[in-house]
Design a protein around this ligand. Structure first.
Ligand SMILES: Cc1cc2nc3c(=O)[nH]c(=O)nc-3n(C[C@H](O)[C@H](O)[C@H](O)COP(=O)(O)OP(=O)(O)OC[C@H]3O[C@@H](n4cnc5c(N)ncnc54)[C@H](O)[C@@H]3O)c2cc1C
Length: 486
């Protein structure tokens, strides 16, 4: 019998922490506290309001510094929307709403049409697109057959050729039926799944589908999730499963008018115990049977509280620095790698901002590390005077990291070259992004070792590392962890 009165501490008021609280409440647990170090919830979903001018009239609009989009595979996010009463727009956007239209640009500023055979027609282009189409079909087919079971959240068993997790499937899409769609668990054995530990580029080569990387690269690498020669295919295919990837291709994406942060602000307001803000967890001690959590408040004063259980939704490679970590925790969590993703919101010289979002595909290679890979214009109706967000990656395994200041400078230069000269930066940041492990550690069963630790010392691990660093996967991971262990 579950002890519904047990006192639970959740570290972090981002999507993972708030969804953990929501799923705890849904199971009848109400004795929980969420500690959040910042003065706001939502974590990397931060959507500041910025004043813009339209037809001479000033208005405030939401802009995104972090998460932007969702899709029909965003099941856990749909549950958060329902709980908080705040819903997405799209995929059919109305005039004046934020939208997800995008273009491709060459570094000389020319608009490119890599996937439209009739524009700049040549037989070479036609053949390469036919090849791409054939390989897309093949990938869709092998993911449903050879890699049956890939399409669930998390990585349990994959290194052993097994699968176990909540299905990400959408009934009627890519072979999913009601029985094997969200929120049912998928469980089985499939030795082929071990291939998912390979870097994505090798996985594609092994399966003769190298061309598909041309589709996957924009919503993966330019979104800061790393390069295909270093990231295990499991991460790529669990985030951009075929259904989600097709939503990108077919422009079936969602976004949120007042910003993704509002999903979590709304959930937080509906929780019985909204997150305690400006409260950083600075120490965790776990003597026999209890959890002692020390929190530093806004005034710098520290206090220690006692709990029965702990749910950590924050980076585990940092957790081992302030907790009484065991040898296994230290060994395992020090293997976590994260991306260094940089972005800024900027205004542009008068009338010279991008009117829609765009990908700079030539910059999505390690040789162009630190260069702008994508820019995001949310409010197309504002024309050439809309502030936009610009993004770049600063790290790649085997290449020296690029300093933050250099990244900022390179992004400015790139935007100028493609025809969008920056006037002023309104907000800039580098974020801890997409925590994951190397192909080698993945292959050696890192995730199964993490699973074996769940519940030890009354501690449960959730957050981005469990499945993938996006809103949906982190919230679905909370659903799974709370569902199975509480
Ligand atoms: C530029 C960018 C673009 C993105 N685009 C998308 C997108 O389009 N779609 C999508 O689905 N996802 C996107 N994401 C990813 C998504 O935002 C994250 O995966 C998601 O926010 C992760 O949620 P989390 O709760 O695990 O972690 P976080 O969002 O990082 O939240 C962790 C929280 O814990 C707090 N915290 C940390 N340490 C402590 C401590 N010691 N004590 C107390 N509190 C602490 C932090 O302040 C933070 O609020 C994007 C992210 C970025 C940065």
């Amino acid at each position: 019998m579950s002890d519904l009165s047990k006192r639970i501490c959740i570290i972090g008021g981002g999507p993972a922490g708030l969804s953990a609280a929501m799923y705890l409440e849904k199971k009848g647990y109400t004795n929980y506290v969420i500690y959040e170090k910042l003065n706001k919830v939502g974590g990397k979903c931060y959507s500041p309001k910025i004043k813009v001018k339209h037809n001479g009239v000033e208005e405030e609009k939401s802009f995104e510094t972090g998460a932007i989009m969702g899709a029909i595979t965003y099941h856990a996010i749909s549950e958060m929307e329902e709980f908080g009463g705040y819903y997405h727009k799209g995929p059919n956007f109305k005039e004046g709403e934020p939208n997800m239209r995008r273009e491709f640009r060459k570094l000389n500023g020319e608009v490119d049409h890599p996937f439209e055979p009739k524009v700049n027609f040549s037989f070479k282009k036609l053949f390469s697109l036919l090849k791409l189409k054939k390989q897309m079909k093949k990938l869709n087919q092998i993911m449903q057959t050879k890699y049956l079971g890939y399409d669930c959240y998390g990585h349990l068993g994959v290194a052993k050729g097994e699968y176990f997790g909540i299905s990400k499937g959408v009934e009627g899409h890519c072979g999913a039926t009601k029985e094997n769609s969200f929120p049912n668990y998928l469980k089985g054995t499939n030795p082929n799944l071990k291939d998912l530990a390979l870097p994505f580029s090798e996985f594609c080569k092994l399966n003769g589908v190298e061309e598909v990387q041309r589709i996957w690269i924009a919503p993966f690498t330019s979104f800061g999730y790393g390069f295909f020669d270093e990231i295990p295919a499991a991460l790529v295919m669990k985030y951009l499963d075929v259904t989600t990837a097709l939503e990108f291709v077919n422009m079936g994406l969602w976004t949120w008018e007042d910003g993704t942060q509002q999903i979590f602000e709304h959930v937080n307001k509906k929780l019985q115990h909204p997150a305690v803000l400006e409260s950083e967890v600075v120490k965790v001690e776990r003597p026999e049977g209890k959890v002692l959590v020390t929190i530093r408040g806004k005034d710098g004063k520290e206090k220690t509280e006692e709990f029965d259980s702990l749910v950590v939704t924050t980076p585990l490679d940092y957790f081992i620095k302030y907790a009484d970590a065991t040898k296994e925790e230290k060994e395992l969590f020090s293997k976590i790698i994260h991306e260094r993703y940089c972005d800024y919101i900027a205004t542009f010289e008068e009338g010279k901002s991008p009117v829609i979002s765009g990908y700079l595909v030539e910059n999505m290679v390690p040789e162009r590390l630190g260069h702008a890979m994508v820019y995001y214009n949310r409010w197309e109706y504002l024309g050439g005077d809309c502030p936009c967000t610009v993004y770049a990656l600063a790290n790649h395994t085997g290449t020296p990291d690029v300093d933050y200041d250099d990244v900022m400078k390179m992004m400015d230069e790139d935007m100028e070259k493609v025809g969008f000269p920056i006037k002023e930066k309104l907000y800039a940041q580098e974020v801890y992004y997409c925590p994951h492990v190397s192909s080698k550690d993945y292959m050696e069963g890192w995730y199964d070792r993490l699973e074996a630790l769940q519940g030890n010392k009354n501690t449960y691990y959730a957050g981005e590392i469990i499945s993938f660093g996006d809103m949906e996967d982190t919230c679905a991971a909370s659903k799974d962890i709370i569902g199975r262990f509480f």
